[in-house]
Design a protein around this ligand. Structure first.
Ligand SMILES: Cc1ncc(COP(=O)(O)O)c(C=O)c1O
Length: 281
């Protein structure tokens, strides 16, 4: 097993050698936030957007950002060795306090941890999904490390031989357990609007931006659960899996049960955008 270089509170060291306090509030309460940034050709992708979201998540949990975007950039440069596709995982918790107490400590010494892991550059396999009531809390726009509900929801999909759980709140799709959801309805790319019930996905925003740039009609619009079964196509987006076609939901085939033509087009547009980002023709 490889042992990637990690950044931990000012030090660079092998990930296996990072030591955290048992009283870390991340461990005790899930009191922290995180980011996952893909890197192509050794360069972090959509860095400003990811760092802005990290700052929003921190402020939403009443933490001052402990590092500036410039400081993060320097750290990421050090962690990203080589040109292979990688994903950088960054986590900030409210640190360790003297005793276990839900209320914030008088002084916060945050725990900051980051490391890079290899990312596959293979074409995504079509996914099967299930739907489930969105049992999470009301502040899903925060990228909180408190992911127990997401873990249990994703496992329900895995238990049924599927890859993702599409979450339903008050009759409408919010997002996936670890992805945003798109549906193609009457040829239009539709995704639920951002708000407190879903993460404002960086890949989601890029897909909307690329669709607009290529004249593909798109809308941010509520998606009733019934729209899933009649949709021509369904896609999932995330930083590590990019753009995944969903071919089955709750056992019903989507379209003809194969990745659709609009997914193929959008996937090509996405890959071409990445090639330009890498500086390739
Ligand atoms: C709950 C949830 N929604 C959406 C996403 C997609 O966000 P992004 O495209 O920024 O990775 C993720 C990513 O892991 C997620 O965990």
């Amino acid at each position: 097993m490889s042992d990637p270089l990690a950044y931990h509170n000012g030090d660079f060291l092998p990930l296996s050698q990072v030591r955290l306090s048992a009283l870390d509030r991340g461990f005790l309460f899930g009191d922290g936030v995180y980011e996952v940034i893909p890197a192509y050709g050794g360069k972090p992708f959509r860095l400003n957007q990811h760092l802005a979201r990290l700052e929003n998540s921190l402020r939403a949990i009443r933490m001052e950002p402990p590092l500036s975007p410039r400081q993060w950039e320097t750290i990421l440069k050090e962690l990203l060795q080589g040109q292979a596709d990688q994903a950088i995982y960054m986590q900030i918790t409210r640190g360790a306090a003297g005793k276990r107490d839900h209320a914030f400590p008088a002084v916060t010494n945050p725990t900051i941890l980051a490391w890079a892991t290899p990312m596959s550059d293979e074409i995504p396999q079509p996914a099967k999904a299930i739907t489930h009531r969105d049992i999470r809390w009301q502040w899903c726009h925060i990228k909180a490390i408190t992911l127990l509900a997401n873990v249990l929801l994703r496992q329900q999909a895995v238990d049924r031989g599927c890859q993702e759980t599409i979450l339903i709140r008050d009759g409408h799709v919010t997002e996936g357990a670890a992805s945003n959801v798109f549906a193609i309805i009457d040829g239009i790319v539709v995704t639920p609007p951002t708000g407190p019930h879903l993460l404002p996905g960086i890949t989601r925003d890029l897909v909307l931006e690329l669709a607009t740039g290529h004249g593909i009609e798109n809308r941010e619009q509520n998606l009733p659960v019934e729209a899933l079964t009649s949709a021509e196509e369904i896609w999932l987006t995330s930083s590590t899996r990019e753009l995944v076609p969903v071919v089955e939901v709750d056992g019903h085939p989507i379209g003809d049960g194969r990745p659709g033509p609009l997914w193929e087009r959008m996937y090509r547009i996405f890959q071409s955008y990445k090639r330009t980002f890498r500086g390739l023709p």
